[in-house]
Design a protein around this ligand. Structure first.
Ligand code: NAD
Length: 261
């Protein structure tokens, strides 16, 4: 069965991977609620553009993934406006790079809240509807850092390891209910999030921009190429398909060989 007429909520979809996932879903005929931060005019342009290009309903929620109340309200709003949330993509994420003994406490809390806790809050709110309809797809963007670590990224590594653990536990809870719960774990994907961490990494490691790209980011990526947002979106689409109905509790790695080492 095609995904057309299904309804999806994609957190952190105003840019990067989330936007590519939202776009891939819309292309399949899925109605989408976008979410994320950014310039209101640009977001409205994106929203209207997707709706126009693919002939699906595209909504936008500015819910802040730091705020449990806003997250629950966003899920309710999506269910009210679209009729259901059949596909939930937990993608919102931030990074902060610092040695652990200098890690600002509020940055630790933000990284854990956005990258991990928000997925708990969305799942908690969206699962009752999925259970009632006996169908659901939950896909969370974890990271190669859900399986391995890098120095100076303690909060991110902890959050992403936690996200895969959360997904496995929930996958088992709903395994007989037509609902699958999986993670996708890319290594470096060229997005604004990656661009934004270059200056901090330059400072933390006393390196030039080129050194950070070649010697830090792509150093452990054996293909020596960034993953693309469209490759991640294609994997998300696959996990939402009927062909993937027996894939649950898994962590699909797209890392150019990083974690094979
Ligand atoms: P991005 O910065 O382009 O996108 C992040 C999205 O999250 C944006 O839409 C942003 O507005 C949203 N967001 C941030 N804080 C938010 C908040 N408080 N409330 C609501 N939305 C918020 O980054 P990206 O690279 O596309 O990252 C998307 C996901 O992929 C993240 O979870 C990230 O950890 C993961 N990831 C990225 C890479 C990579 O190399 N880019 C690799 C592995 C995993």
């Amino acid at each position: 069965m095609s995904l057309a007429k299904r309804n999806a909520l994609v957190t952190g979809s105003t840019s990067g991977i989330g936007l590519a996932v939202a776009r891939a879903l819309a292309k399949e005929g899925v109605n989408v609620m976008l979410n994320g931060l950014g310039d209101a005019v640009q977001i409205e342009k994106t929203r209207a553009g997707l709706a126009e290009e693919f002939g699906v309903k595209v909504l936008y929620s500015p819910a802040n993934m730091l705020k449990p109340g806003e997250i629950a309200a966003m899920v309710r709003e999506a269910e009210d406006a679209l009729g259901s949330v059949d596909i939930l993509v937990n993608n919102a994420g931030i990074q902060h790079v610092a040695p652990v003994d200098e890690f600002p406490i509020e940055q630790w809390d933000r990284v854990i809240a956005i990258n991990l806790n928000s997925a708990f809050h969305t799942m908690r709110a969206a699962l009752p509807g999925m259970k009632k309809r006996k169908w659901g797809r939950i896909v969370s963007t974890a990271s190669a850092h859900s399986l391995t670590a890098s120095p100076f990224k303690s909060a991110y590594v902890a959050a992403k390891h936690g996200l895969t653990g959360l997904s496995k536990a929930v996958a088992l809870e709903v395994a007989t209910m037509g609902i699958t719960v999986n993670c996708i774990s890319p290594a470096y994907v060229w997005t604004p999030l990656v661009e934004a961490q270059i200056p901090d990494t330059m400072t933390a490691r006393n390196m030039t921009r080129e050194q950070v790209i070649n010697d830090v980011m792509l150093e452990r990526q054996p293909t020596k190429q960034f993953v693309t947002v469209d490759q991640v979106a294609a994997a998300a689409l696959f996990l939402c398909s009927d062909a993937a109905s027996q894939i649950t509790g898994s962590n699909l790695v797209i890392d150019g060989g990083w974690t094979a080492q």
